[in-house]
Design a protein around this ligand. Structure first.
Ligand SMILES: [Zn+2]
Length: 417
């Protein structure tokens, strides 16, 4: 049996020292080489030029100005379409940045910012291809609360402005409440309202407003409350306190903010004919040419002229409802008998054709063949919650209500979402 070597033998010791020395030398060389390559990379100073897309600019004109070839431009346009869904740039809103390595170097990166919350980066990679990266900008969303009161002679719009509700949010609130109330007849001094909505921040700076989370209005018919809620299938909608869909299949007032000049009645003196006859709809004052939106989704079943209604359109909606719009100055392009329309789509323009004393919209709702009062008829909801979602909604609503209560006591607070 061989005896184990004594490692403290002077011969062996010299060999070990030599091996360690060689190892250290190799390590030193590696470090120097790594450092070199890092320095040489940093040596190119990145040069960036940012611009806001102007009208007349196209993606290809901007890219060609940057010295790219037609082939590059085509490749980039193709990638932007498939990977980012972008086919054109929007003037005065999209920002585009060109990045080069060094002042005169070739383009290495193109950054397109189509919204405050999205950035698209095109990088020229090692193998000479453009690669697209979609980056979502991190946002910090806060829920804020504003409340107000209608004063004598006020409109809801004025009171909302006074309460500090931003214009875009106020317009959304208006659209929501329009399903439940008539701003002309249901608004009285002393009524209180509130809205909970999102504000989006980036790096501590407010960028824009988000969505309306909850609305409350003390209407004549009772307190109207609407809450935004996400169902388990991922779709969102607005629901009342009990979880019934707040968005109705029809609008009581197709034109927002239009004054009611004549309401529904079974007997009234006709302003032109002079004798008493029923007024089977509601008249809204609006200037000639004001777009008339469809009160709900449906199919156009009549478009024509008669001596009473003048130019009119009739829409059949899902279920048993029809709506009619009269005295139009003209029809919207592409709206014919058989055309399918969505809620809010312009079907024609206000006018004074037929038996009419001045420009207005005469609006009728016909339920199962019978005229009903658009202001009071109970309108069907677009969607209601299933049992499981309803349970979740009730819990979520309680949380929102608690938040609203604490924010109403401390109006300068916000809720971190
Ligand atoms: Zn009328």
């Amino acid at each position: 049996m061989k005896k184990a070597k004594n490692i403290l033998n002077p011969n062996n010791l010299a060999r070990i020292v030599f091996v360690i020395a060689v190892f250290l030398l190799l390590l030193a060389i590696t470090l120097v080489v790594t450092k070199r390559s890092q320095t040489s990379f940093v040596n190119y100073e990145e040069s960036r030029s940012m611009m806001i897309v102007a009208s007349g600019d196209t993606l290809s004109s901007l890219l060609l100005e940057q010295g790219l070839t037609n082939a590059d431009v085509l490749e980039i346009a193709k990638i932007l379409k498939t990977d980012a869904g972008i086919t054109s740039l929007r003037a005065d809103s999209d920002k585009i940045t060109f990045v080069r390595q060094g002042q005169e170097g070739p383009l290495s990166k193109i950054i397109i910012i189509p919204s405050p919350w999205r950035q698209i980066e095109l990088n020229y990679n090692d193998i000479g291809k453009w690669v697209c990266n979609n980056i979502d900008i991190e946002r910090d969303t806060r829920a804020v609360y504003k409340s107000g009161e209608i004063l004598d002679g006020d409109s809801f719009y004025l009171a909302g402005q006074r309460a500090g509700i931003p214009a875009g949010i106020l317009a959304d609130v208006y659209d929501l409440l329009a399903f439940e109330m008539d701003f002309e007849r249901d608004v009285r001094a002393g009524q209180k309202f509130s809205v909970l909505y999102e504000e989006n921040f980036s790096d501590g700076k407010k960028v824009d407003n988000g969505r309306v989370l909850a609305v409350q209005f003390e209407a004549l018919r009772g307190n109207v409350k609407m809450y935004r809620f996400r169902k388990s299938d991922g779709t969102t909608g607005y629901y009342d306190e009990d979880g019934n869909g707040a968005i109705k299949s029809l609008k009581r007032t197709p034109i927002n903010n239009a004054k009611v000049t004549s309401s529904f009645s079974n007997k009234r003196k006709h302003p032109v004919l002079g004798y008493t006859r029923a007024h089977k709809g509601v008249d809204f004052r609006a200037s000639t040419g004001t777009p008339i939106p469809a009160a709900g989704a449906g199919r156009v079943v009549a478009r024509g002229y008669n001596s009473g209604h003048g130019n009119y359109v009739k829409i059949r909606h899902n279920g048993s409802y029809e709506t009619l719009y009269a005295h139009m100055s003209r029809f919207a392009k592409g709206v014919n008998v058989g055309t399918t329309v969505r809620q809010g789509q312009t079907i024609g323009y206000v006018g004074s054709t037929g038996l009419s004393t001045g420009p207005h919209l005469h609006y009728e709702i016909i339920k199962e063949g019978k005229h009903v009062n658009p202001m009071t008829v109970k309108l069907p909801a677009i969607s209601n919650l299933g049992t499981a979602d309803k349970k979740k909604f009730i819990e979520y609503r309680k949380v929102l209500d608690e938040a609203i209560t604490s924010l109403s006591e401390h109006p300068d607070w916000f809720i971190q979402m």
